[in-house]
Ligand binder design. Structure first.
Ligand SMILES: Nc1ncnc2c1ncn2[C@@H]1O[C@H](COP(=O)(O)OP(=O)(O)O)[C@@H](O)[C@H]1O
Ligand SMILES: [Mg+2]
Length: 232
């Protein structure tokens, strides 16, 4: 089980939110916020190899994918116990309720492996596809968000709309990478979180080009955000 709790560890949980095609996955790959030990819940295989080198795997860093629980578990345990840097992904073939079951399985395995003496980054792609409330998340996913920090867990929640994921995930993050939004409702949600203007959020979609995506990147502290772009 989770070992070596360390209350002095920082909370580095990050949310990446934007409409489809806004560049959320590109941001995970290119912002460099994912640490040297990474486990990904990647139901759509977004981190598989690509011909565009900067977008291949985790931004050029190879990611090994596994489609079965056993395959993933074995590979993860071997990698985590090796002491070497790694990136492994679980890509179950499941949808709807079954996908949530797999996400919870993944979350429990990560929780069990967590160790306050070692950072472990967890990427949850398309979180909204396997969460079922906008209220409190009482599952292991909520546990990771609220208590994972002291066991070295750093979650990266990737989702399309703030209204499709539990508030527990958003409220317990300290960094927000906000891309083009799909609706004013969502823009207003982030306006409140970032303490920016609505125009600054609306502008993101206007600035975006096919191969350059814009974001507001908020770190700890009120109003502490800046506009950034990624080209690929
Ligand atoms: N491997 C890739 N090769 C070429 N273009 C890509 C690749 N991955 C993403 N893109 C392009 O980058 C843009 C943003 O993609 P992505 O980050 O996947 O969006 P999101 O995750 O927000 O849905 C899209 O226009 C997409 O077509
Ligand atoms: Mg994506």
């Amino acid at each position: 089980m989770a070992i070596n709790p360390n209350n002095s560890l920082d909370n580095n949980h990050t949310c990446y939110c934007g409409a489809s095609g806004a560049g959320k996955t590109v941001a995970v790959k290119r912002f460099g916020l994912v640490g040297r030990n990474a486990a990904l819940f990647d139901p759509y295989g977004d981190y598989r190899a690509s011909r565009v080198r900067k977008l291949s795997g985790l931004g050029g860093r190879p990611v090994h994918h596994y489609k079965t629980r056993n395959g993933f578990k074995k590979a993860f345990i071997a990698a985590w116990s090796s002491g070497r840097s790694f990136a492994v992904a679980y890509q179950p073939d499941a949808k709807g309720d079954a996908l949530r079951v797999e996400a919870l399985w993944f979350g429990k395995l990560m929780w069990a492996a967590s160790d306050g003496n070692r950072r472990l980054d967890l990427v949850f792609e398309e979180t909204g596809k396997y969460t079922d409330t906008t209220g409190a998340e009482r599952s292991i996913l909520g546990e990771i968000a609220s208590g994972g920090r002291k066991f070295g867990l750093v979650a990266h929640w990737v989702f399309q709309r703030p209204s499709e994921v539990p508030k527990t995930l958003i409220a317990n993050a300290t960094r927000y990478v906000v891309g083009e939004q799909q609706a004013m409702l969502d823009a207003r949600r982030w306006q409140a979180e970032l303490d920016c203007s609505i125009d600054e959020i609306v502008e993101l979609g206007q600035l975006n080009k096919k191969r350059t995506k814009y974001f507001l990147d908020k770190t700890k502290g009120i109003g502490n955000y800046k506009k950034v772009s990624v080209s690929f």
